[in-house]
Design a protein around this ligand. Structure first.
Ligand code: SF4
Length: 413
């Protein structure tokens, strides 16, 4: 079992906790950004509608920047202002609105959960973090804590990437911040710190601090409202860990939250010594051949064939040009032949590999995959009969293509 953390890493002084809450909330009241989900949560008197508004924003904000989310959020809330409205939407409509936001299973699960609330919970959102996490698909510990504190006033903490960074700096936590034992400690801390009378504002303030002041690369410590509580800041100023009265210093290698003895404090990094993470695995390289099949539509405008991906896995249910994963290191000629065979299965007639025109390569980085699309095009004379036994497919104009549920990667193609 890991050694218990030394008290220097914890928030054990109630007077300090009180002062930190006060300073952080005063700063939040002065400096918070105007964001549409905040305005909705503050103005909406109905608790279920408030919960829904926060829930949608939290799901969209997972893995996506605030600036990108705003437009999607506004369009979503206009189209489906309540979870009852969302429950009636089709998955195709959800995917179309979500197109370009990435991590597509988020939209799908949001809609599944809305249906569940309507059909199994009499349209009422669960009100506590525990129930939200237990009952709603796609709602993890963080999202549950955010909804419960912001919408329903439950005094429960939250831990996301911003909070991890702020807490690790406030308390000089240098052990691997992605390890389950450190994450558990950070949740304990967030639950100790959260303000009992304004839990939603406190949680948003802590995340806002991480997003705007205590940023990853060049934190604005001089402007930070909690710098007097920050051990990393004091350590940078004084060049050594701050003294903690009545508490023994952490012994090297003996504390579960200190940096490993092999990676001590690096004074050139200052507060950005924290947090630390174990090195990430490099993304897996994948190559996919894809073909833009073009025909003349009935009004003479070009049309393109798109096909639907399977309903599970990467980019589930989205539409794409006919595509085929390739083995690495194939010669271009071989890639062309394999794609021609694949297209033949679609069209029910031979496709000459030589007829495929190589256009170029498109690289798209998914979180864990470095994807290279090898793009070909093929112009068809006359009509083709697509095999109805294969995945759903349809011909679209360029305009219809952009309005369809297609990924950013396909738009690049
Ligand atoms: Fe972050 Fe600097 Fe504030 Fe510490 S003083 S919490 S490192 S911004």
């Amino acid at each position: 079992a890991p050694a218990p953390p030394a008290a220097r890493h914890l928030f054990s002084d109630p007077a300090e906790v009180e002062a930190l809450r006060r300073n952080l909330l005063a700063w939040y009241d002065r400096c918070k950004r105007d964001l549409p989900w905040r305005a909705l949560a503050e103005m909406e008197p109905d608790a279920d509608r408030r919960g829904y508004a926060v829930w949608v924003s939290e799901i969209m904000l997972q893995q996506t920047q605030v600036a990108t989310v705003i437009d999607y959020y506004n369009r979503w809330m206009q189209k489906w202002p309540t979870l009852q409205a969302l429950a009636q939407a089709s998955l195709e409509e959800v995917n179309e609105l979500w197109a370009g936001l990435g991590y597509y299973s988020r939209g799908k699960r949001l809609q599944e959960a809305a249906r569940k609330v309507v059909s199994e919970l009499a349209g009422q959102m669960p009100r506590t973090a525990e129930d939200l996490q237990k009952l709603l698909p796609g709602v993890g510990r963080y999202t549950a804590g955010a909804i419960a504190s912001i919408s329903y006033g439950q005094a429960t903490g939250v831990v996301d990437g911003n909070v991890i960074r702020v807490l690790c700096r406030l308390r000089c936590i240098g052990a691997d911040s992605s390890s389950p034992s450190v994450i558990d400690r950070l949740w304990d801390m967030a639950n100790v710190l959260v303000d009992r009378s304004r839990p939603g504002d406190f949680n948003q303030a802590l995340m806002e601090l991480g997003a705007t002041v205590c940023v990853p690369k060049a934190p604005l410590c001089g402007e930070c409202p909690v710098k007097q509580h920050c051990q990393a800041w004091r350590r940078k100023l004084f060049g050594k860990p701050p003294p903690v009265s009545d508490v023994e210093d952490c012994g090297v290698g003996d504390c579960s939250l200190c940096p490993p003895a092999t990676e001590p404090w690096d004074s050139s990094l200052g507060v950005t010594n924290f947090p630390r993470k174990a090195a990430k695995k490099p993304p897996r390289a994948m190559r996919t051949a894809t073909c833009v099949l073009e025909r003349r539509g009935c009004h003479g405008a070009p049309e393109y064939l798109i096909v639907q991906r399977p309903s599970s896995g990467l980019l589930a249910g989205l539409w794409e040009f006919p595509s085929l994963p390739l083995a690495q290191d194939l010669q271009e000629e071989k890639e062309r032949e394999e794609l021609a065979d694949h297209l033949q299965a679609w069209m029910g007639r031979p496709v000459a590999a030589k007829g495929l025109q190589f256009i170029g390569e498109v690289i798209h980085i998914f979180s864990h995959i470095h994807q290279t699309y090898v793009v070909f095009s093929l112009h068809l004379d006359g009509d083709v009969t697509l095999d109805p036994a294969l995945s759903p497919s349809r011909w679209v104009t360029e305009e219809e293509f952009h309005a369809s549920a297609v990924s950013t990667a396909m738009k690049k193609v």
